[in-house]
Ligand binder design. Sequence first.
Ligand code: FAD
Length: 285
Amino acid sequence: MYPAAFDYHAPSTVREALDLLGKYKDDAKLLAGGHSLLPAMKLRLSRPAHLVDLRKVSGLTGIKEEGGAIVIGAMTTHRAIETSSVVTGKCPVLAEAAAMVGDPMVRNMGTIGGSLAHADPAADYPACVIALNAEIVCEGAKGKRTIKIDDFFKGLLTTAVGPDEIVTEIRIPAAGNLGQSYKKFPHPASRFAVVGVAAVLTLDGGKVSKASVGVTGAGTHAVRAKGTEAALAGKAADAASIQAAADRAAEGVDVQADLQGSVEYKTHLVKVFARRAIEAAAAKK
Ligand SMILES: Cc1cc2nc3c(=O)[nH]c(=O)nc-3n(C[C@H](O)[C@H](O)[C@H](O)COP(=O)(O)OP(=O)(O)OC[C@H]3O[C@@H](n4cnc5c(N)ncnc54)[C@H](O)[C@@H]3O)c2cc1C
């Protein structure tokens, strides 16, 4: 099906894009890679009268290290993240997840800002940015603000980003001594995560001094696996500790039954993929 008719705008600065959002308010939608928005428009689940395309806006793409953080522009594609030497070197879990997103066309068009702003419950990045303790920078009419990742995902397809704001960058603290991994059970057709778990471990001499674990796919939105993190902290990264910690991975997840499985099945998957992600993260250090 074709989308309903809309007017197309191609601003060249964040300020111009914000002015368009301010002018058309609820009738406007930002367009990034279009790989979530356009399917929704074709199904008439979304009918914006004005599309504000961010692809010609300067300053929204690229990956750099700045002030102790890895800074990723919101319009950076999944493919650029997958192949970035900065990401593969400093926060490899994000490159690992990017490589698993959809297919080559989705990875060449879709953006990290679009994925996080859309907050699909089965998207891959949300688990990783939680595990990496990222911050999301937004810009609105009143200026910039930074949202801590634990305050970012609010519910089904809902984030802390206001309708009059633009996500401009993702900031990831650059830390050493980390073992990182993302493991997912992909939907066989779309490759979206039926369940996905990202683990970032700080390891000192075989002991986990800090664990950071994010879960996506199972609930209405990605969450931090606080029980798993608490169970791992201070423990040896051995099979028994990892299994005990993984068994707590579904605590705090509002597991939803859907076409992919029952609550019991998806809860089981969360625990299995938590164990696999933690084992892989521990082995990578
Ligand atoms: C066949 C297929 C398979 C896929 N498989 C996967 C998968 O395996 N894993 C996965 O994680 N994803 C998957 N996706 C989704 C894909 O990653 C999308 O690229 C992503 O969800 C949205 O990014 P986008 O840049 O395309 O955003 P768009 O579709 O352009 O926008 C999505 C939403 O975010 C808003 N938005 C966009 N950019 C910003 C911004 N900078 N600030 C504020 N709001 C913004 C838009 O207004 C819109 O509401 C798949 C998509 C398809 C079509």
